[in-house]
Design a protein around this ligand. Structure first.
Ligand code: SF4
Ligand code: SF4
Length: 81
């Protein structure tokens, strides 16, 4: 399940550098996550780094992008051939 950044984001930028897939970028009012690149950190970390480093817990799993661990791993491998 890809993560999304909620309106709680204060645009501190801490999460951007932590994403192993470069899925995070600065948006108009909050930072945003590209669901095609977010693997929930599967392939690299055991936990979701953006959620871990965020001071306001803005990154949350996005129910609109339900994926299995196998699908997330396949996505990771596609992004890092
Ligand atoms: S969960 Fe991991 S892969 Fe997804 S946006 Fe956050 S840091 Fe990037
Ligand atoms: S770490 Fe949290 S508050 Fe900072 S930019 Fe990322 S989502 Fe927004």
């Amino acid at each position: 399940m890809a993560y999304k950044i909620t309106e709680d984001c204060i645009s501190c930028g801490a999460c951007e550098a932590e994403c192993p897939n470069k899925a995070i970028s600065e948006g108009d009012t909050t930072y945003k996550i590209d669901p095609d690149k977010c693997t929930e950190c599967v392939g690299v970390h055991d936990t979701s780094k953006c959620a871990e480093v965020c001071p306001v817990e803005a990154p949350k799993p996005d129910p609109a992008h339900k994926e299995t661990k196998e699908q997330l791993m396949a996505k990771y491998k596609k992004l890092h051939p």
